[in-house]
Every structure is written in structure tokens, then in C-alpha cells.
Design a protein around this ligand. Structure first.
Ligand code: FPP
Length: 266
């Protein structure tokens, strides 16, 4: 069995190519898009220009994911903690988000993409909601791929909200406390409506999770790319998926168990 390195470093480069095995694709891929600021700084540009280039990368990667036939792609566009960034940067990100939604509207609709958003959407400015909400509604019945934008999103916040809702159900007598299970918690998490993430990619060279999809990450495979997000493109997505395809997912079982042929009871 060949195991690809979890870290896609220059020392262990994955086979960067435009060829990918279509069997064993991850169903749900999450991406932590990091490195926009550094990309801009390296070019002597304002950080907002890095986010603009990052927005173009989102467009390319969504197209590639759709062409591959991924069922779900979740991108971490703005965390609950990102509100603490300088006002100008937050404003630029919100403007870009609106621009992205307007520019991608027809491609999303014509390609059967369902657009969803997760996070504390009530904090988003009205001008973003005015383009986001209609597109969510218009694309709600599309089935080719679900694109989820994590906006004002935090994994801990999502878990806390689910716990509060279940506590409220107990208080109102709708369920008893012992009916709170891993599954009932999961059912309250919008980020997992498309299933647990199978693969989470982080760009920009850092190796951390930064409050992304925490509950669903339990058995996700992780791939870290040195590339700054604006430089990330379809071949990098294929490389991360190629690495995923070479791993053995065991979900707590032994290797022998997951490799054993299914037992058929006569
Ligand atoms: C992290 O890079 C990136 C963000 C906080 C924002 C991500 C936003 C985009 C990719 C563009 C807008 C999104 C959409 C969906 C249109 P960083 O700024 O922390 O980079 P750094 O670590 O190099 O400073």
C-alpha cells in the first residue's frame, strides 16, 4: 500500500497533473483558503488585492470541483473571528463577496450548483444578504453540486448553537436529556447537511484548523498545501484529491477489518 504524504510540500511534491482517478473521489471537500494577505504583500499590493485574486481562485476551484463531479464543496470565506480584522479589510471582503455572487450567479444556476451559506448570517451587511439570499433560494433545487460558503462561520459557535437548541428541546419537554446523541447534535449542524467532510485542504503553509467544521472533522483526511490561496488551481485540487485517494480510511477499525471482503450471511 502506498501512502502519500499528508503534507504537500516541495520536498514531497504530489504528482501535479491534470489527470485524476475518478473512482474513490471524496464526496465533500472543505477548503481553508489561506494566504491572500501574504500573496498581496509579496507583490507590494494592498491585502484587499490578495482577496480579489483569492476570489478568482474560488471561481477556478469551484469550476474544477463541479467538472470532477464532487457532491459538495465548502469554502471558508469569512470566519466569525475575521470581524476583528481592520474595518477596511472587512469592508473589502464584503464588497468582493457581493461581486462574486453577482458575477457567478448565472454560472451557478446554469451548472446545477446549489449555493448554501453557513454561519452567523445575521451579521452580514444587508447589501450582501440582498444578493446571497435570492441566489440561495433560486438554486435550492439544483443537484449537481452543493457549494457552501462559510460566512461569519465558526465551528465552536456552530456546536454551541446546536447544544443550545437541544437544551431548549429538553426544557420544553420535546426530548429527554438522554436522547441527546452524537447524531442528534449532528442533525442540528447546517455544515453537515451535505455529510461529513471527507477531505479538508488548507492552503498557505500553516497546519491548523482555525475553527472550521470542527464537529464534522472527526474522520476527515487533511491535506496541507504550501501554495498561497490565490495561486491554487485545478491541478492543486487534483493533487490533494490524489493524495486522499491513496489513503486508507479506517474510522476506528483496523486495517485488516476495512480491507476484508464484506461477509455475506447465508
Ligand atoms: C485568509 O487569508 C483568507 C480570508 C480570511 C478570506 C478568504 C476570502 C477569499 C478567498 C475571497 C472572497 C471569497 C469569496 C467566496 C468570493 P489571509 O488574509 O489570512 O492571508 P494571510 O495569512 O496571508 O494574511
Amino acid at each position: 500500500m502506498c501512502y502519500a504524504p499528508a503534507v504537500l510540500t516541495a520536498a514531497h511534491p504530489p504528482p501535479a497533473s491534470n489527470v485524476i482517478e475518478l473512482r474513490g473521489l471524496p464526496s465533500h471537500v472543505g477548503i481553508i483558503m489561506d494566504g491572500n494577505g501574504r500573496w498581496a504583500q509579496q507583490r507590494g499590493l494592498d491585502r484587499s488585492e490578495g482577496h480579489r485574486a483569492g476570489s478568482a481562485a474560488v471561481r477556478r476551484v469551484v469550476r474544477a470541483a463541479r467538472r470532477l463531479g464532487l457532491r459538495a464543496l465548502t469554502v471558508y470565506a469569512f470566519s466569525e473571528q475575521n470581524w476583528a480584522r481592520p474595518e477596511l479589510e472587512v469592508g473589502a471582503l464584503m464588497d468582493l463577496l457581493k461581486e462574486f455572487l453577482l458575477a457567478e450567479r448565472s454560472e451557478i444556476l446554469h451548472n446545477g450548483i446549489r449555493l448554501q451559506a453557513i454561519g452567523n448570517l445575521g451579521r452580514l451587511p444587508a447589501f450582501v444578504r440582498a444578493v446571497l439570499d435570492p441566489l440561495r433560494n433560486e438554486s435550492a433545487n439544483n443537484e449537481a453540486m452543493t457549494l457552501t460558503l462559510a460566512l461569519s462561520y465558526g465551528g465552536r459557535e456552530e456546536i454551541a448553537l446546536a447544544a443550545r437548541e437541544l437544551a431548549d428541546d429538553v426544557k420544553k419537554g420535546r426530548i429527554s436529556a438522554d436522547q441527546i446523541t452524537t447524531e442528534s447534535l449532528r442533525a442540528r449542524m447546517p455544515s453537515l447537511a451535505v455529510g461529513d467532510p471527507d477531505l479538508v485542504i488548507r492552503t498557505g503553509g500553516e497546519q491548523r484548523i482555525s475553527n472550521f467544521l470542527l464537529y464534522g472533522l472527526a474522520y476527515a483526511e487533511l491535506a496541507f498545501s504550501e501554495k498561497l490561496w490565490p495561486d491554487f488551481d485545478a491541478p492543486d485540487l487534483y493533487a490533494a484529491i490524489g493524495s486522499y485517494q491513496q489513503r486508507e480510511r479506517r474510522f476506528g477499525k483496523t486495517g485488516a477489518q476495512v480491507r476484508a471482503p464484506t461477509q455475506v450471511t447465508p
